[in-house]
Design a protein around this ligand. Structure first.
Ligand code: UGA
Length: 442
């Protein structure tokens, strides 16, 4: 076996494409594998099928180096790879809160028949604890090499918008392994990353699986904690923005993920806390993480409260009112609209009879596809034209930079709801705006 293992990355969605591209740039021979021919064609021709700063340039570099190729063939993957990373999605099931493991199971069962020598398969997808042990047994039973095929778990912590940095210089690596050989293989597969003194936690499979959901649950809890404080602030006239800032000076608490507002969305946090609560119930320890249901509830209430604020500014009825919705993506620097609080609020206002016009710097195409009933503008100012209320839903920098007087000149009524605490209230009020934000006095 070569000193530097040849890598395959199965699943070229957000996580897999980033991993494949970065590993090739770091010097590995990499084969990206997907059942989606369209994705494979796009990536092979140098096109990243989603928005991620810095990634298109690295894809070009990786393709030019000749170290990165893509295929739809699992036979080719089996013949090529020494270490196979499984990076397919685990969305929420349509019929319950559990994670849908169809894609993970399909990846493993498609790859296994082609594993005829000693090989390491590494799960990166976010899965319910216990999945890795089941997949290890499945691999052994289906692979011609039998017990020679080992499974390890290496959860991924990358954030959309920072995917390249998080992959090249992660906070930590977690290796869930069942043998010394698997650990050494993983160390070889991450050698250039480890050379930068990135801490590694070596543990068992189930702990590695749990680290991921525990981390995302903690982050979701921190966000909902400050948003729960926002609810209390609203009832007392206190200011959650100042409260959060004052809390953040305590280094034990820290200010990251303590930004109040419309709450969390995206393809990870919401479905991960639900799947974790569901899995814990299956394991008979549902009570231990029962608070996650509360976290989810607080998060959903922020969306409803944002809608309420818009209704208040429309004197109790949004029907027939023109609302400018600034933002559609679940967070800035992303075109991802999965469980996006922004679109949830926009669609709810539309259902209530408002005339909603959306603008987002990156997510327009995705938003239009899923919400064709909404109207779309070409810029923030264009969206705000003749608006009765402007509502900021995703904190893109270009929205922070809006000149309040310039926007005041195009709206019908200068009223704004800052759903993300992204604007400086004094600037907006000085330009004649009625400024409202969740958890802040009016
Ligand atoms: C999240 C985790 O941060 C990553 O570590 C993890 O790898 C990833 O999920 C995953 O499981 O794949 P991501 O979904 O990209 O990453 O987004 P975050 O940056 O965590 O933001 C999540 C949501 O929380 C966004 O809607 C954001 O607007 C919201 N948020 C974040 C707040 O409302 N307040 C904050 O203070 C921080």
């Amino acid at each position: 076996m070569p000193a530097s293992p040849r890598l395959t990355v199965i699943g070229t969605g957000y996580l897999g494409a980033t991993h494949a591209i970065c590993m090739a740039v770091l010097g590995f021979e990499v084969l990206g594998v997907d059942v989606d021919t369209d994705k494979i064609e796009k990536l092979s021709s140098g096109e990243v099928p989603f928005f991620e700063p810095g990634l298109p340039e690295l894809l070009t570099k990786a393709l030019e180096s000749g170290r990165l190729r893509f295929t739809t063939s699992f036979a080719e993957a089996g013949a090529f790879g020494d270490v196979h990373f499984v990076c397919v999605g685990t969305p929420q099931r349509a019929d319950s809160e559990a994670a849908d493991l169809t894609y993970v199971d399909a990846a493993v069962t498609s790859l296994a028949p082609h594993l005829d020598r000693r090989t390491l398969v590494v799960g990166k997808s976010t899965v319910p604890v216990g999945t890795a042990a089941r997949l290890a047994a499945l691999l052994r039973s289906l692979a011609p090499a039998g017990d020679e095929v080992e499974l390890a778990w290496n959860p991924e912590f990358l954030r959309e918008g920072f995917a390249v940095d998080d992959t090249m210089r992660p906070d930590r690596l977690v290796f869930g392994v069942t043998s010394e050989w698997a650990e050494q293989r993983l160390r070889a597969a991450f050698q250039p990353v480890l050379a930068q003194d990135v801490p590694v936690k070596v543990t068992d499979l189930q702990t590695a699986e749990l680290v991921k959901v525990a981390a995302n649950s903690f982050l979701a809890t921190k966000i909902s904690y400050i948003n729960a404080m926002a609810e209390v602030c609203e009832a007392t006239g206190a200011d959650v923005h100042d409260l959060a800032e004052a809390l953040a000076y305590d280094e034990r608490i820290g200010g990251r993920f303590l930004r109040p507002g419309l709450g969390f969305g995206g393809g990870c946090l919401p479905k991960d806390i639900r799947a974790f609560a569901h899995r814990a119930e299956e394991l008979g320890v549902g009570q231990a993480v029962g608070f996650l249901r509360e976290i989810d509830g607080i998060n959903r209430r922020r969306r409803a409260r944002t809608v309420d604020l818009v209704v208040e500014l429309c004197d109790g009825d949004v029907a027939g009112k023109r609302i400018a919705a600034l933002g559609a993506a679940f967070k800035p620097n992303s075109d991802d609209i999965r469980d996006a609080p922004a679109l949830d609020v926009a669609a709810t206002l539309h259902r209530m009879g408002a005339d909603v016009v959306v603008f987002d710097p990156a997510a327009m195409e995705n938003a239009r596809r899923v919400h064709p009933e909404l109207a779309y503008a070409t810029s923030a100012l264009d969206a705000a034209r003749d608006a009765d209320v402007v509502v900021l839903l995703t904190e893109w920098n270009e929205f922070r930079d809006i000149e309040p007087a310039a926007m005041a000149a195009v709206v019908r009524r200068a009223k704004i709801v800052d759903g993300r605490h992204a604007l400086v209230p004094a600037h907006w009020r000085a330009a004649g705006w009625e400024y409202r934000a969740l958890g802040r006095p009016s």
